[in-house]
Structure formats: C-alpha cells, structure tokens
Design a protein around this ligand. Sequence first.
Ligand code: DGI
Ligand code: FE
Ligand code: FE
Ligand code: FE
Length: 185
Amino acid sequence: AGNRNDLLEKIKAAMSVKRYEHVLRVETMALQLAEKWGVPAEIASIAALVHDYAKERSDGDFLTVIREKQLSPTLIPWGNNIWHGIVGAEMIKDDLKIMHEDILDAVRNHTTGAVYMSKLSQIIYMADYIEVGREFPGVAEVRALAFEDLAASVGWQTRHTLSYLIDKQVPVYPGTLETYNTWSI
Ligand code: DGI
Ligand code: FE
Ligand code: FE
Ligand code: FE
C-alpha cells in the first residue's frame, strides 16, 4: 500500500524525467475522462501513474519474469513495446504491491488494447494516446471524440495505430488485430 507520495517517488525513480512528465500528463487526462465516464478518480489516478512503470526495465528483466511467472512463451520475441504493459503488470504487483486486477488489466491493455476492455482500460488506453503532450494529425479530433464516445475513440486509435505499424513495416501483435476487429468496425 502506501500513500500517493510514496507511489510518485517509486515511479519517478524508475524512469527518466521526460517519461515521468508524460505519466503525470496521462494522469491528468485519465482523471478528466474518469469524471466524464464515471470511473473512481483514485483508481484512474493509480492506473495512469503506473502504466509505464516498467518501460525502462532491461530486456533481460522482462525475459526473466516471463520465465519465472510462466507467462505465455509467445511473448518472448516481441520486445519492450509489447512487454512493458503485459509483463510490466507483474513487476507492478511485485514492486509496488498493487493487486487491483482492473488496474493491472488497464496496464496490460494500454499499448495494444484488448477484446474486452473495462471503462478503466479504455480510459488508460485513450489517456496515454491523447495526453496534452501528444501531437499528431487528428489529435484534436480524437481528444474530443474520447469525451463524446469513448468506445469510438478506442476504435479510432486502434485503426490509426495499425495503419502506422503497417506503414513502418513492423510486426503487428495479434492482440492489436483482435482489438481492431472488435473496436474499430
Ligand atoms: O509507452 P508509450 O510510449 O507511452 O505508449 P504505448 O505503450 O501505447 O506504445 C508503445 C509503442 O508500442 C508505440 O511506439 C507503438 C507500439 N505498438 C503498439 N502496438 C504495437 C506496437 N508495436 C508493435 N511492434 N506491434 C504492435 O502491435
Ligand atoms: Fe506504454
Ligand atoms: Fe498507448
Ligand atoms: Fe505511456
């Protein structure tokens, strides 16, 4: 457990100043979305603060956790972008003692989305994408959409992320495709 300041200290110690500032902006956006969509503020706040907790851990650390916790071996080839949420949730449990399953699922889902996403998961997925520091074509449009139709904004992000990945010719995680098929049509 511990209080908010303890949590902030641990998160700050785990990452660069730049990433910490991103995390604080995600929290601000998540709190606004939580108020709009009826999710408890404290839950949204904690999920936002921890969502990138593991992002600066080494590949070796992630591979150790995948092995020791017997997570799916299909995770092994993917790398940091996919690991820091799905495997990072285990590090958040172990290091920060956060056991709230909806918070852990929001962390697991924050990069790729998922077929089933709670309101909280949708909020963290969107807040990470539209926090005030993000700039890309259409960001103002999708920011507004997240406050009008949260599920439609999830679809918007998934569609645009998939296009971006294809354009860059990088491998698409199967979960990203499942999210697209569920939320973007
Ligand atoms: O951690 P952040 O930078 O705040 O954002 P994020 O966790 O949403 O995304 C991290 C990266 O993951 C981003 O550059 C896009 C990438 N990504 C998202 N879906 C996929 C993916 N990369 C691959 N290879 N495949 C995916 O399906
Ligand atoms: Fe992330
Ligand atoms: Fe994201
Ligand atoms: Fe993030």
